[in-house]
Design a binder for this molecule. Structure first.
Ligand SMILES: Nc1ncnc2c1ncn2[C@@H]1O[C@H](COP(=O)(O)OP(=O)(O)O)[C@@H](O)[C@H]1O
Ligand SMILES: [Mg+2]
Length: 308
């Protein structure tokens, strides 16, 4: 439960981790991981997934496939946050959040031990790929949006905030079930005094997101961005041309100019009138204080009951 203060300013790079991980027996201190078999791609190199802060390897361990998350920079209050979350979910479980364990003595790189986050491997695609895959299946996209509301309710019922809702942190399986990963920004009630993790993704966060915004309110705006994006694309698949790899359909500039970019205009004219109503709410939220943003439940309430 110690903070990884012993580590220098430069954390290992993704290639350094990829090299170290090739021999699990020497790379990992945890005996289960040391006995594991690393998943390789067709070129015989470790299969990786990555984002801005970490590279993730798939390892077949004693208890099934797991994700070994190796960080390329130090997460804010990492050890404390993951330890506190693990304890918290013992009494208030949250199915939407993938269980994650911080291993302080995780992986040996260049003669030094670095922490890793160990999780079960979640099968599926990131949310952007899942939406792209179902572009011509509006029913599937609406089903996905409904499952997204379930995820948000599970977080709210557990009293937890994810803190970095964006496509890369949402995995979607073949049944369109959703699972959240990347818990570096999770808000746990007893972590109120901790420094805030990095602000969320610019194409998802409120334009005036405040550093002091805490708790479940943190998720309301990006959760609504995701919810509305899925429903909007279900009604008008052509909107997907606004997808850039970094976003779904909204960009930072849309939030900075609520109601005044081509996207807002298209949403206002959506074939699904509920999308038009919800987009007016989201655009109004951009001009309000970030803590007053509506979550998907509020958007749904304002749009009235769904015909289907
Ligand atoms: N438990 C997991 N199971 C399967 N894939 C995962 C898991 N955790 C992360 N990933 C994949 O690895 C990618 C990067 O991991 P993430 O924790 O989001 O790191 P970053 O902080 O760099 O964004 C994710 O977008 C996802 O595709
Ligand atoms: Mg991520």
């Amino acid at each position: 439960m110690t903070e990884s203060a012993a580590h220098g300013p430069r954390w290992p790079s993704k290639p350094e981790y990829a090299e170290a991980v090739q021999d699990p027996a020497t790379a990992f201190a945890d005996p289960g991981l040391a006995r594991g078999v690393l998943d390789l791609n067709r070129l015989g190199m470790p299969r990786t997934s990555s984002g801005r802060n970490a590279v993730v390897f798939r390892l077949l361990g004693d208890r099934g496939p797991c994700a070994v998350r190796c960080m390329t920079r130090e997460p804010v209050a990492g050890a404390r946050r993951y330890d506190s979350l693990s304890r918290y979910v013992e009494t208030r479980p949250c199915a939407a959040l993938t269980p994650a364990t911080w291993l302080e003595r995780g992986i040996l790189v260049g003669g030094a031990w670095w922490p890793v986050v160990l999780m079960p491997w979640v099968p599926g695609d990131t949310l952007d790929l899942a939406l792209a895959r179902h572009l011509d299946e509006p029913r599937a996209l609406r089903h996905l949006a409904a499952n997204w509301r379930v995820v948000l309710r599970q977080l709210a019922q557990a009293g937890l905030g994810h803190g970095d809702l964006q496509h890369g942190n949402v995995l979607v399986d073949d049944e369109l079930r959703l699972q959240l990963v990347d818990l570096d920004g999770v808000w746990v009630p007893d972590g109120q005094e901790w420094p805030r993790a990095d602000a969320g993704h610019p194409d998802y966060r409120h334009p005036r997101e405040a550093a002091d915004l805490q708790g479940v309110r943190l998720d309301a705006f990006p959760a609504s961005v995701i919810f509305l994006s899925a429903l909007a694309v279900a009604a008008d698949p052509g909107l997907w041309e606004l997808h850039t790899q970094e976003n779904l359909i909204f960009r930072e500039t849309d939030f900075a100019q609520p109601g005044r970019t081509p996207l807002w205009e298209r949403l206002g004219a959506s074939p699904d009138p509920r999308v038009a109503t919800m987009s007016r709410r989201l655009s109004a939220d951009c001009a309000r204080a970030p803590g007053q943003s509506g979550d998907p439940e509020q958007l749904v309430t304002e749009a009235g009951p769904s015909p289907t």
